[in-house]
Every structure is written in C-alpha cells, then in structure tokens.
Ligand binder design. Structure first.
Ligand code: SF4
Ligand code: SF4
Ligand code: SF4
Length: 196
C-alpha cells in the first residue's frame, strides 16, 4: 500500500497550486484517493510523472498542459523602491520566504523562494518580478529542486499552516478587498497630486 507521504516525496514542493490543489500534500492525497492523475504537476514535469508511475505501477503519461508547462525555476524579486509595505505578498507566500513589516520595504529570501509565483498577483504596486535564481539546486532528481530544498519547503509550509491555525479567526480584510482598497487609495493620491 503506497502512502500519501511516499507520493508527496515525488513532488518538488513548490506549493504553487498549479495542479489545482492548495499544495503538494493535498495533490498527493488526491492521487492516493484516485481523484487526480499523475501528470498535473508542471514544476515536477517528467521527473515527477516517472517517479509516480513507478511508485504506483502506472504507465507514464505526458504532462497535462491544462495545468501549465514545465519551465526552468525562477525566483521572485521585489523592486524595493516601489514597495509600499502593504504585506499582501507575505500573506500569500506558502513557505514564508518574504520578510517585511507593515509600511516597511519587503524583501525575498531567495534561498527559500520556491518560485511559486503566488505573490505576483496580489501586489498592488506590480513591484514583484520573477528572475533567474543566482544559484541552482543540485543533487536532486529534478534539475531545479534538490531533495534538500524540497524537504525544506515542505517543512516551511507545514510550519506556516500550524502557525496560522494557532491564530484566532482574523477580522482583517480579505486579501482581494485589501488590494482593492490600497489600489483605490494610490489612485486617489495620484489624482490629488495631478490636480496640484
Ligand atoms: S509543485 Fe505545485 S503543481 Fe506540483 S504538486 Fe506541488 S503545488 Fe501541485
Ligand atoms: S516569494 Fe513569491 S514566488 Fe517565492 S515562494 Fe513566496 S510567494 Fe512564491
Ligand atoms: S505586495 Fe508588493 S507593495 Fe505590498 S509589501 Fe509586497 S512587494 Fe511591497
């Protein structure tokens, strides 16, 4: 009997949600439950599909491009002079790779960034871009993710989930509402400046 953990270890742990599940563990569970195919993980690509096919004694099938295409890993970088410190990116980073505080400039810890891209869309200033990493992971089955980096990302996500679930229910604005509020206030400030 193959465990969810064994399946999860075939996944590169970017936590990008491209497979249509909230993270790698949830996708692993769906495969174990027979609800998901083995070819839904773009970052894992052929390496992951081969590993899953072998583990589950299934035939290899090409990556389903409905979920995305396999691309070289990139990491996020904040254009710090444009950052307004709204913290929306911190709230969505699945592996806590962003540091910063309210109204202060934010930065990304490159070695912890999985390249999931989840921080791009919420940024009201469009000041996060994806760039080629300075160093590449070596020593793993994947070209871009080592066993060590995948293990670290899995742990960071587990810690984040544990930390968030310890907190009392938040009455703060949902991320999308907060983004809109910030964009509206930036627009108001700009139009006031233009009037002067
Ligand atoms: S790396 Fe992304 S697409 Fe692959 S299993 Fe994890 S969350 Fe899903
Ligand atoms: S910094 Fe952005 S791209 Fe990197 S892991 Fe966090 S959310 Fe994903
Ligand atoms: S979402 Fe953008 S503006 Fe807000 S803190 Fe992050 S990088 Fe800065």
């Amino acid at each position: 009997m193959v465990s969810v953990e064994q399946i999860d270890h075939c996944l590169p742990q970017t936590q990008c949600t491209k497979c249509s599940y909230p993270g790698c563990k949830e996708y692993a569970q769906a495969i174990a439950d027979g609800e998901a195919e083995i070819n839904q993980c773009p970052p894992g690509g052929d390496v992951t599909i081969n590993a899953l096919a072998q583990l589950l004694a299934l035939d290899f099938k090409p990556l389903n491009i409905e979920y995305g295409t396999h691309q070289p890993k990139q990491v996020a970088q904040i254009m710090e002079h444009e950052c307004i410190g709204c913290m929306l990116c911190i709230k969505v980073c699945p592996v806590d790779a962003i540091i910063g505080a309210n109204k202060l400039m934010h930065s990304i810890i490159e070695s912890e960034c999985t390249g999931c891209e989840l921080c791009i869309e919420p940024c009201p200033m469009d000041c996060i871009k994806m760039v080629t990493p300075a160093t590449r992971a070596i020593g793993g089955p994947w070209k871009d993710y080592s066993i060590e980096s995948a293990d670290k990302a899995r742990l960071r996500r587990q810690n984040r989930i544990a930390r968030i679930s310890d907190k009392k229910p938040s009455k703060k604005l949902a991320s999308q509402d907060r983004k809109k509020m910030i964009q509206d206030s930036i627009k108001r400030a700009k139009s006031k400046r233009d009037e002067c």
